[in-house]
Write a protein that binds this ligand. Structure first.
Ligand code: MG
Ligand code: MG
Length: 257
């Protein structure tokens, strides 16, 4: 799974390097698709079933779009934020991660939203080392976001990941009594989950757009999304979609042979 995670990380570097005013979301998606092709990686998002199959290798969601935006002719402008979510499989194992970037200059409030969302993902990864059950992590995530004046999206959650992109368990970024009672899980070695907080500046509520995929905030205020694929090991949590460490490189031993 680390091999897939490294390719996903590399794809995000390609995408990030293109984020600037004047570029289209479709151009970024095309570059990521080419990168996957060069690394013998199978894109996971393209063709996901729905009312219409998902058409692209990235979900790209701009400003008030929360997740599942479809890349296309939209031109980025200074002050926008762009959430890029992508995943691939290498040798039959999956990786999935997301980042939100500011385009040009963003307002201080929007920067705080990005910092909060990245911060709550980092908090969750750190807590996975010291908590036994996901409910305890999720409850602290929700508190972290609320303390900063933002809201956690509840309509979408993270997920187990392995041979398939979406496996059990569901991994919410908030905690309810019903979750503790019925759906909680132990953070034990061997578990691999995609942790993916979605944080809104205003209302937590979202609505689906007419393209059958894009989810937008109900009040039109901005939303941010960060995600990593994280394994629990005997040595603690390991971020499988992190940058290469010493001795690693994207695509090294990366062919599916
Ligand atoms: Mg994702
Ligand atoms: Mg995911």
């Amino acid at each position: 799974m680390r091999r897939a995670g490294l390719v996903v990380w590399g794809a995000h570097q390609v995408a990030k390097s293109m984020v600037r005013p004047g570029v289209t979301t479709g151009e970024i998606d095309a570059a990521v698709e080419a990168f996957f092709g060069e690394h013998d990686a199978i894109p996971l998002f393209k063709g996901v079933p729905g009312k219409v199959p998902f058409p692209s290798v990235c979900c790209i969601s701009v400003n008030e779009e929360v997740v599942h935006g479809i890349p296309g002719p939209r031109v980025l402008r200074s002050g926008d934020i762009i959430s890029i979510d992508t995943g691939c499989s290498v040798g039959g194992w999956c990786g999935d991660s997301a980042f939100t970037h500011g385009v040009g200059e963003v307002s201080p409030d929007v920067q705080r939203l990005l910092d909060c969302t990245q911060g709550v993902l980092q908090l969750a990864i750190e807590l996975m080392a010291v908590r036994n059950r996901w409910s305890d992590v999720a409850a602290e995530m929700a508190t972290y976001v609320r303390d900063r004046g933002f809201t956690v999206v509840e309509n979408f959650v993270g997920h187990g990941i392995g041979r398939s992109m979406h496996e059990d368990p569901q991994v919410p970024n908030f905690c309810t009594p019903a979750f503790r009672r019925n759906h909680d899980f132990e953070l034990e070695p061997g578990l691999v989950i995609a942790v993916e907080p979605m944080v809104n500046m205003g209302s937590k509520k979202v609505r689906g757009l007419a393209d059958h995929w894009t989810q937008s905030t109900i009040d039109g205020r901005p939303s941010a999304h960060f995600e990593h694929t994280v394994a629990i090991t005997d040595g603690g949590p390991v971020v499988l979609t992190a940058p290469p460490s010493q001795g690693e490189s994207v695509g090294a031993a990366g062919s599916a042979a």
